[in-house]
Design a protein around this ligand. Structure first.
Ligand code: PMP
Length: 371
């Protein structure tokens, strides 16, 4: 049995050590005579699992006390609706569109209530940049300001310096308006100043664990604002009051996420993990930029994603051949999203540097044979 070099955008590769531990504990979790997914979510075993997962996540992200951590379901797509249901409170929210996911978030919010488009960076179907925060016109009365800090399909990321500038610009122009971000594809890839956000959410299936789990980190003053008529289970307040166990949560996914959090801590935490992530991305972008134009990144250097690296080849036929040859060579998940085509390598935490080295060798060989 060999594991392929897996660059899938999500569901994505998980750390081998995590899979091995899950396998070891699958039939008998620590002497209880059953796996953790076969016992009550209200029993002692699972209560310990979810409490440890939350504690470890709080450690990793240094989540302040006045934030609640919710382990929900429905994917990030449900958050596109649940956020406005809970936070609009009859007002309008500001949306920044920098790619497919923030665009979907905006459209969904506009179904739920009032959403205002602050800016879109779309250029003929392409998204390659982020607007300068100082140039955005914020609504002082907005219920929140929404963005997606890592656009998985287009590979556009708001890095730490951008987040800081956006937070400062928003605080100056619209004091008290909370920032809300979809961080599905880069949460836990580096340290994060949680205090800049009112709400952070993420589908689990990239850097957290199995799909079926959705993480929400919400400042506690934002709870209890859900519109009348919001279904019980979609009101963050109810989930917070019930420790994410208003109903049966995704117990197995939470258990695996907990193993991932322990794995991240064992690797030295997010600063250490970020250093490896930066190195993986640096090498891949250097190979793209140094390919004499054979491989091409369309994204502004300042906002190139560390986690998702989309790139092009000279013609679509070559891209198709690249995907085919990569699969024959034992790689998984390099095909770009169907809406944009091209190639995409996702470099989540569980992708080792050796996988990137193998990819670079393959890219060199492919170029030599096809340029
Ligand atoms: N937002 C981002 C940034 C994503 O990458 C994805 C999934 N690729 C989604 C939202 C949709 O997430 P889900 O499938 O969990 O609903």
């Amino acid at each position: 049995m060999t594991r392929a070099w897996n660059f899938s955008a999500g569901p994505a590769t998980l750390p081998v050590e995590v899979l091995q531990q899950a396998r070891e504990e699958l039939l008998d979790w620590r002497g209880i005579g059953a796996s953790i997914m076969e016992v009550s979510h209200r029993g002692k075993a699972f209560s310990g699992v979810i409490a440890a997962a939350e504690a470890d996540l709080r450690d990793l992200l240094a989540i302040p006390e006045n934030y609640r951590v919710l382990f929900l379901q429905g994917g990030q797509t449900l958050q596109f609706a649940q956020v406005p249901m809970n936070l609009l409170a009859g007002r309008s929210a500001d949306y920044l569109i920098t790619g497919t996911w923030s665009q979907k978030a905006y459209k969904e919010a506009a179904k739920v209530g009032k959403a205002r488009l602050v800016a879109s960076t779309e250029d003929n179907g392409h998204f390659t940049r982020l607007p300068e925060p100082g140039e955005l016109r914020f609504d002082r009365d907005a219920a929140y300001f929404h963005l997606c800090t890592n656009e998985t399909i287009h590979g556009v990321e708001a890095h730490e310096d951008y987040e800081a500038r956006l937070f400062d610009a928003l605080s100056a122009a619209a004091p008290g308006v909370p920032l809300v971000s979809d961080m599905s594809s880069h949460i836990l890839s580096r340290p994060l100043a949680v205090r800049r956000y009112g709400l952070i959410s993420a589908g689990a299936q990239k850097n957290i664990g199995p799909s079926g789990l959705t993480l929400v980190i919400v400042r506690d003053d934002l709870l209890g604002r859900a519109a009348a008529g919001t279904p019980t289970i979609l009101d963050y307040r109810n989930q917070a009051d019930n420790d994410s166990m208003l109903n049966t949560p995704s117990t197995f996914a939470i258990y695996v996420a907990g193993l991932v959090f322990k794995w991240l801590k064992a690797r030295g935490g997010l600063a250490a993990v970020a250093a490896v992530n930066r190195e993986k991305a640096r090498r891949l972008y250097a190979a793209i930029d140094g390919s004499g134009g054979f491989y091409r990144s369309e994204v502004d250097v300042a906002c190139r994603s560390i986690m998702n690296v989309p790139f092009r080849l000279p013609v679509p036929e070559l891209e198709a051949r690249f995907v085919q040859a990569s699969e024959a060579a034992g790689f998984i998940g390099l095909k770009g999203h169907k809406s944009v085509g091209g190639i995409r390598a996702s470099l989540y935490n569980a992708v080792p540097l050796e996988a990137v080295e193998a990819l670079l060798r393959f890219m060199d060989e492919f170029r030599a044979a096809n340029a």
